[in-house]
Design a protein around this ligand. Structure first.
Ligand SMILES: *Cc1c(COP(=O)(O)O)cnc(C)c1O
Length: 424
């Protein structure tokens, strides 16, 4: 449930009309609802309140520091996939000792930075990485908390680009190899503290059964490891719980929680979760203004000031985002592709969508834009990225300024000797 909706003919984010935000902050603009973020975080938390657990919000879904601070101030931990994300967490007041570090290609400097900040553990995704963590921890005279990310070979029944737990995916190590690695590390890698087992099978998962399969496999693995004398204390089940973009009907976090508790009863571990999309996905919308409308002989187009660089999911995965008029003018009476100004045929936000007749200057709200939208945005076509605002009650706050032309060229250099002119 989220706090976006109509009051009369006007579309609101909590107590603020999207029309007003667009007028004051400009468009395109990402709008997040503080109350929705808090509600979704709490829903996840309370699903596990009976057992030791840690909810580590997955920073890559939406990494704005004000969003991170919202969860940090509720006691949340974080799941990061780069040193840059750890920098954001710390800046937002997040606690490194509640932070876990995932990803297949952590560089030495990133591992070192993470260990120096005192993060809870690194989720190791390969034998080479495990040895790198041991070497760097030894140099720093620290013990590195480690979980090995196992690839349980379960099909998450989701889009192939966001499945991660199949044997053909690049993530994690296969179960048999994981056992060999744990045993090897226990004997030979003395700077590691082998405290966890980690598993993340994919994203936008809308059924419980893939999680059940993964839980059964990781539970069996923990049994094997404990027989080998490895004191596993944490089970990290990753993220992946889906949301409703259109008609999907994903399990509520409480149903997911019940299933996790059923499958882990008596296991004596602290559970870790890394939800991203489930918490932030429906806590954000992208407000955009119509620039032109255009009628072709085959298709109608609505050309907006938001494009694939701002919200890449439709272009990247063919994803569906609902689109709502910010001021209702009448019933749906056109079928159109909603497209941006970018010079790519793949630049679309929606295809064949039924909408009320819109005209230049009208505002549209692209729904479910809280996860993997701004965090995946780019400056392609030299488009400054949108502003981000957070609504709380009847107020809104800019939490990231709209980029300027100067921002576009920041860091670019015109070396004099490369372009010698008269007098050089
Ligand atoms: C992306 C990712 C997540 C978050 O996935 P969601 O589907 O957004 O919940 C969690 N853990 C890892 C390791 C990830 O890569």
């Amino acid at each position: 449930m989220h706090f976006f909706g109509y009051k009369g003919k006007k579309f609101y984010a909590e107590g603020v009309s999207v029309e007003r935000i667009a007028k004051e902050a400009g468009t395109p603009v990402f709008i997040y609802s503080h109350r929705t973020l808090a509600r979704h975080f709490k829903a996840f938390e309370s699903a596990f309140k009976k057992v030791p657990h840690l909810v580590c919000y997955s920073v890559k879904a939406n990494s704005n520091t004000a969003v991170l601070k919202t969860f940090a101030s509720m006691g949340g931990g974080f799941d990061i996939v780069s040193a840059g994300e750890l920098f954001r967490v710390i800046r937002a007041g997040g606690d490194p000792s509640k932070t876990v570090f995932s990803g297949v290609g952590k560089r030495d400097e990133e591992i070192e930075y993470a260990l120096k900040t005192g993060i809870l553990m690194l989720n190791s995704e390969s034998p080479q990485e495990l040895r790198a963590i041991d070497r760097i921890a030894g140099r720093l005279k620290k013990k590195a908390g480690v979980a090995i990310r196992v690839n349980p070979d379960v099909d998450p029944l989701t889009h192939p680009y966001i499945s991660t737990g199949l044997k053909e995916n690049k993530f994690g190590v296969e179960t048999e190899e994981a056992v060999r690695e744990y045993v090897y590390a226990k004997e030979g890698l003395e700077n590691l503290d082998l405290i966890g087992v980690d598993c993340h099978i994919g994203s936008q998962i809308t059924e419980l059964s893939p999680f059940t399969d993964a839980l059964k496999k990781t539970r069996a693995l923990i049994g094997v490891l404990r027989k080998e004398g490895i004191a596993v204390r944490y089970l990290n089940m990753g993220g992946g719980l889906g949301i409703t973009y259109r008609e999907e009907n994903p399990p509520h976090p409480s149903a997911y929680g019940e299933e996790v508790l059923r499958q882990t009863r008596g296991l004596d571990v602290t559970l870790i979760f890394e939800p991203g999309r489930n918490i932030v996905g429906n806590a954000g919308v992208l407000a955009t203004r119509v620039i032109y409308t255009k009628k072709g002989s085959r298709k109608n187009f609505i050309i907006t000031d938001a494009a694939m660089n701002d919200l890449p999911r439709p272009s990247l995965y063919g994803s569906y985002h609902a689109i709502k008029p910010v001021v209702v003018s009448g019933p749906a009476d056109v079928v159109a592709d909603v497209v941006g100004p970018i010079c790519e045929s793949g630049d679309f936000l929606a295809k064949g969508r039924e909408l009320p007749a819109v005209k230049p200057g009208d505002l549209l709200a692209i729904m479910s834009a809280g996860a993997y939208c701004f965090s995946m945005s780019s400056n392609y076509n030299s488009r400054p990225r949108p502003a981000e605002v957070m609504v709380k009650g009847s107020e809104f706050f800019v939490i990231r300024k709209r980029e300027t032309m100067e921002d576009l060229v920041r860091g670019e250099v015109l070396p004099r000797r490369l372009f010698p002119g008269k007098g050089d």
